[in-house]
Design a protein around this ligand. Structure first.
Ligand code: S3P
Length: 442
């Protein structure tokens, strides 16, 4: 379906629709990928409520099915019929991870220690992304993986693994999780040393499944290989990375409070809230609760006079997916916003520094690109134009936000990719009062 729509979906945005009201956002993408993979390795049925049903997680579902895992919808939950650590079936064909970097990197770890061979592959976009960051440390554990000049496809020959202590050169939750998944099959403990607080959903989920995972705050994770994994009973919170786009829209175009209900507020994911607070925004974190071992809250935007700030260090790791949205906030903030140490943005679905800067220039923005970030002096006037979403969900959504605060109409082309993480984004904004509409383009 997605393939058929590709390049033909455009989003039309007009300024002036004031936002107000309450909404929810779809389930957390990171948690959803992990629930599908870990649920498959458990002994027994896992029940997962609120799993993200989007392009990226559909790819993971298909891969798990190709590994013999049965998935079933029952009473509003997805049931993952776990096959145990050694129960996956050898796949008959290469496993297609689509655009999903999380899927391919986590699965590389999960498949490295199996007793069968497999090939992990994905879309042309995924094939451009670096895989050595997982292949190299997995090889240190004994994995037999042949990559394609450091990229997908990855040819994996299942092999016996040993635990290692690995210091990650970049704070990456995908690398950490890949090694922890391989560590389930290793002889001896696996230790991952982190240079920054990368999201910890894998650790939380493994603990809930009965695995001995020790976390020394903000520095190292130690996993002891378990005999088995207990099944999960999980409610997936709203994705804070999706909520980010609604919150920034509300701060820039809100006429009254906007509430985003049921959002995950795991501290490894709340960098954007801290950054926006430093920029002068008031976002109340209300009704805090714990759901399936993850902190959840309702977020209410109250005040929006933004000023520029410097963003570096752990804020970058804790807000890594939120920079496209943040760029729009920076363009409308008073003063200079500078981002440093964010070179990881260049190896996401697209080079998000270059692509965002180029598209925002089409709207009249002045942005200084840096190898590891950018500098924006605000506030700036934007004028509506036709811009390209580059088949990158977060770029397309950020450009829609830019359209909300530009003068005149904006068209975002190649925007079907919004469905990769936030199906219903356009409808959600419209229900809050934005003048935005999805049309078949071209
Ligand atoms: C993710 C980790 C981050 C993030 C990605 C999802 C995850 O990537 O950008 O969208 O689910 O583990 P890195 O691990 O490469 O930083």
């Amino acid at each position: 379906m997605r393939q058929a729509l590709k390049g033909t979906v455009a989003v039309q945005v007009r300024p002036g629709g004031g936002l107000r009201g309450r909404c929810r956002v779809p389930g957390d993408k990171s948690i959803s990928h992990r629930a599908l993979i870990l649920g498959a390795l458990a002994e027994g049925d896992s029940a997962i409520e609120g799993l993200l049903d989007a392009g990226d997680t559909r790819a993971t579902r298909r891969v798990m099915q190709a590994l013999g895992v049965e998935l079933e919808q029952a009473n509003g939950a997805l049931i993952v019929r776990g096959r145990g650590l050694r129960g996956l079936a050898p796949p008959a064909a290469p496993l297609d991870c689509g655009h999903a970097g999380t899927a391919i990197r986590l699965l590389a770890g999960a498949l490295a220690g199996q007793r069968f061979a497999s090939v992990l592959d994905g879309s042309a976009q995924l094939r451009r992304r670096p895989m050595r960051r997982v292949v190299e440390p997995l090889r240190q554990m004994g994995a037999q993986i042949v990559d394609t000049e450091g990229r997908a496809p990855l040819h994996i020959t299942g092999a016996p693994l040993r635990g290692v202590a690995y210091r990650m050169p970049v704070a990456s939750a995908q690398v950490k999780s890949s090694l922890l998944l391989a560590g389930l099959y290793a002889s001896g403990p696996t230790v991952v040393l982190e240079p920054g607080p990368a999201r910890d959903h894998t650790e939380r989920m493994l603990r809930a499944m009965g695995v001995d995972v020790e976390i020394a705050e903000g520095c190292c994770v130690t996993l002891m290989p378990p005999e088995r994994l207990r099944p999960l009973s999980l409610r997936v919170p709203g994705d804070p990375s999706s909520a980010a786009f609604v919150l920034v829209a509300a701060l820039l175009a809100g006429v009254e409070d906007v509430t985003v209900a049921g959002v995950g507020v795991n501290p490894t994911r709340t960098g954007l809230l801290d950054i926006l607070a430093a920029m002068g925004a008031e976002i109340d974190v209300t009704n805090p609760r714990d759901e399936s071992g993850e902190p959840v809250a309702d977020l209410v935007t109250r005040r929006a006079a933004l000023r520029g700030t410097v963003i570096e260090g752990e804020w970058v790791v804790r807000a890594i997916d939120e920079f496209p949205a943040l760029m729009i906030a920076a363009l409308k903030a008073e003063g200079v916003t500078e981002v440093r140490g964010a070179e990881e943005l260049r190896v996401k679905e697209t080079d998000r520094i270059a692509v965002m800067a180029a598209e925002l220039r089409e709207l009249g923005a002045v942005i200084e690109e840096r190898p590891d970030g950018f500098r924006i002096a605000g506030p700036q006037r934007l004028r509506g134009a036709v811009v390209d979403g580059h088949d990158d969900h977060r770029v397309a959504m950020a450009l829609i936000l830019a359209g909300l605060v530009a003068e005149g109409p904006t068209t975002v082309t190649d925007a079907a990719c919004v469905e990769d993480s936030f199906p219903g984004f356009v409808e959600t904004l419209r229900a809050l009062g934005a003048d935005v509409e999805q049309t078949p383009g071209d």
